[in-house]
Design a protein around this ligand. Structure first.
Ligand SMILES: *[C@@H]1O[C@H](CO)[C@@H](O)[C@H](O)[C@H]1NC(C)=O
Ligand SMILES: *[C@@H]1O[C@H](CO)[C@@H](O)[C@H](O)[C@H]1NC(C)=O
Ligand SMILES: *[C@@H]1O[C@H](CO)[C@@H](O)[C@H](O)[C@H]1NC(C)=O
Length: 180
């Protein structure tokens, strides 16, 4: 107990030192909440997620699970869940199917905005993504523009998934701690 309190104290001191350091560079800490929908479309003429690589020698078991497969994404971020909802930006990057025994992904992408007050700004997400859980939490590790030095969390909720194609729409609530 005392030991973990000590660690918390060290962490709190480190965070406040960072805050002081940033203030001395004329930067102000801010908290921003974002809400949008992420469309990962594998089917059709213009997929937003394409398979880049897969293991050479797939045994039938591994093939089923797609372990080792990598997808490159340019997934639209929209205001609402509908396919024709207003586009706010895109998530560009990749995910790999990284779970040997369960369908786990690791997602690494830059979420950039092309409209509104965050036009030209983006945050970087790098995290495990347990896609079989309808609700899950992913980590945000950086940001640029309005989201400079962002850290935060993204709460994800699978809005819909097409079992045949793998097309998915995911709701995001992102909380960013960043400096402006
Ligand atoms: C490919 O996988 C099969 C089944 O696991 C194995 O028997 C075979 O030796 C492997 N081939 C190569 C070239 O690794
Ligand atoms: C977003 O920023 C770009 C580059 O500065 C600009 O060309 C574009 O018109 C802006 N879009 C909106 C909707 O403000
Ligand atoms: C996001 O926040 C809204 C408003 O609080 C809530 O209705 C929604 O369920 C949340 N979704 C996620 C994925 O956290």
């Amino acid at each position: 107990m005392a030991r973990s309190d000590g660690r918390l104290l060290v962490f709190a001191v480190a965070v406040s030192l960072l805050a002081i350091q940033c203030q001395s560079f004329g930067m102000k800490q801010k908290v921003t909440n974002l809400h949008f929908f992420f469309h990962d479309i594998l089917s059709g003429d213009k997929p937003t997620s394409v398979r880049l690589a897969a293991p050479k020698n797939l045994s039938s078991l591994v093939k089923e699970k797609l372990f080792g497969t990598m997808f490159v994404i340019d997934d639209p971020l929209t205001e609402g869940p509908e396919a024709d909802s207003k586009v706010l930006g895109s998530a560009q990057g990749y995910y790999i199917i990284s779970g040997q025994d369960s369908p786990m992904l690791v997602l690494a992408a830059d979420y950039g905005f092309t409209t509104g007050p965050y036009n030209g700004s983006s945050f970087s997400l790098f995290s495990r993504n347990p896609v079989m859980d309808t609700d899950r939490e992913l980590s945000v590790v950086g940001g640029r523009g309005a989201f400079r030095m962002a850290q935060g969390i993204a709460k994800l909720h699978t809005h819909s998934i097409d079992a045949a194609t793998g097309d998915a729409v995911v709701e995001y609530n992102v909380t960013l701690f960043h400096y402006e």
